[in-house]
Design a protein around this ligand. Structure first.
Ligand code: S3P
Length: 455
């Protein structure tokens, strides 16, 4: 297809007429797949990882690293080899680094680029160019990096130009709980002239800390403070036990879709293997169990760096819940699908403290409200959350993804519970994190099909 033409895909979903049943493995963790490439690039030696996620967002990270001279090979779609260039081995990119729609690529890369003795320019697609970058650029400037950005509506946006250098160590109190900000600053800390500390207001995912430690970096965690010392020896490449490839767990954020679908479709039983259950990611399981869901986990004994579990979900009746506080950051990507769960719960569900949802791939408070309304749900928007009275009778509708992968998948699950067929326009965006979503849901018994149009 020529670059000026693109594929517009509509996902057509039929209401479930039978329970969902079966065992499946959802693809590799997106956050960890990004980090394996970024950190593997900074190591000396070869990182090998299995379970890597070949989704659009992670492919963007792969592209930008290659543009700086990092050799990355695919042994298969999900097994990658990264030839690390060391902390000082990245080359100045000749071209603008395009991060696609991936906020993680852009923000973590900013931390690395702030420490490089060269100039680089970063951009992304229209949705990424609308997202706030000041949360990362401001502290990196305090560490000494020069960063120029576009300013829109009083906020810093991409494209961004970075001129890096040896950075000044910093003790930084983050105003919001964000793993992307925390990770960017820890990565910048690798290039500082002394120890840096990051203090976070909530438990944002800690994959960067776990991986850096496994690579030999001296990193101390005390409560909500993380202190990193610039390494005196090269970073060790990532490997599993006995030099096996590092095995990336399945993404709990992807697992949430089949698990909630199984909870909501009467009589279902779905089992998922090898799901990452790092406690900074499992807030949605805590919320679902608070709502009365029947979800059991059995932890695997052999997991290294990140804990994993076998998870089984069965159909159950849910009750509404009051959601707020620290669990919100541990469930930050799961609110589109949790809102769908709330439509089927008896009583009121209230979400608070989730203002961050407004600056995700879409404004997830507004987009979820707008699309669920088309199915007959009345969801009252709040600045930092929503109020939803359930259970609601859903009707099939024609909806839009807002070019947000998690919204598209959440709507597909809602459509299983509706009366009549639903259409989700621009659902090709699902490829950003879960390219096999439709196949996996079909293998469990859901009826979904694609209708393609070349624009
Ligand atoms: C991510 C952190 C979260 C999350 C995003 C992935 C990461 O973003 O929403 O999908 O890999 O660090 P914030 O750090 O902006 O909360």
């Amino acid at each position: 297809m020529s670059p000026s033409r693109h594929l517009h895909r509509t996902l057509i979903v039929s209401p479930a007429t039978a329970p969902l049943r079966g065992e499946a493995r959802v693809p590799g963790d997106k956050s960890i797949s990004h980090r394996v490439l970024l950190l593997g690039a900074l190591a000396e030696g070869e990182t090998r990882a299995t379970g890597w996620l070949p989704a659009e967002d992670c492919l963007a990270t792969m592209r930008v690293l290659r543009a700086m001279g990092v050799e990355i090979a695919h042994e298969s779609a999900t097994t990658v080899r990264v030839r690390g260039v060391g902390l000082r081995g990245l080359q100045e990119p000749e071209e603008i680094l395009d991060c696609g729609g991936s906020g993680t690529t852009m923000r973590l890369l900013l931390g690395i680029l702030a420490g490089q003795p060269f100039t680089s320019v970063l951009t992304g697609n229209a949705a990424l160019r609308r997202r706030p970058m000041g949360r990362v650029t401001a502290p990196l400037r305090e560490m000494g990096a020069t960063i120029l950005s576009r300013e829109m509506g009083g906020r810093e946006k991409a494209p961004l130009a970075v001129r890096g250098m040896t950075l000044t160590p910093m003790d930084y109190e983050m105003p919001l709980a964000s793993a992307q900000v925390k990770s960017a600053l820890l990565l910048a800390g690798l290039f500082a002239s002394g120890e840096s500390t990051v203090r976070e207001p909530g438990p944002a995912r800690d994959h960067t800390e776990r991986l850096l430690r496994a690579m030999g970096v001296a990193l101390r965690v005390a409560g909500s403070h993380v202190t990193i010392a610039p390494p005196s020896a090269p970073l060790r490449p990532l490997r599993g036990p006995e030099n096996t490839p590092y095995s990336i767990p399945s993404d709990p954020s992807s697992a949430a879709f089949p698990l909630v679908a199984a909870t909501l479709v009467r009589g279902s039983e779905v089992r998922l293997t090898g799901v990452g259950v790092n406690p900074t990611r499992t807030g949605f399981l805590d919320i679902l169990s608070m709502m009365g869901a029947s979800i059991q986990q059995s932890h695997s004994a052999d997991a290294t760096i990140e804990p994993t579990a076998y998870i089984r979900a069965q159909g159950t009746e849910l009750n509404g819940a009051e959601i707020g506080g620290e669990v919100v950051v541990r469930a930050i990507d799961e609110f589109p699908i949790l809102a769908v769960a709330a439509t089927q719960a008896a009583g009121r569900t209230t979400l608070r403290d989730a203002g961050e949802l407004r600056v995700k791939e879409s404004d997830r408070i507004a987009s979820v409200a707008q699309e669920l309304r088309k199915m007959g749900v009345s969801l009252a928007e709040r600045e930092d959350g929503f109020v939803l009275d359930g259970p609601a009778r859903l009707r099939g509708a024609s909806m839009d993804s807002h070019m947000d992968h998690r919204l598209a998948m959440a709507l597909a699950v809602a459509a299983l519970l509706a009366e009549g067929e639903s259409r989700i326009e621009r659902a090709e965006v699902i490829d950003d994190s879960f390219p096999d979503f439709v196949e996996l849901m079909r293998s469990l018994g859901a009826e979904m099909r694609w209708e393609d149009e070349i624009l």
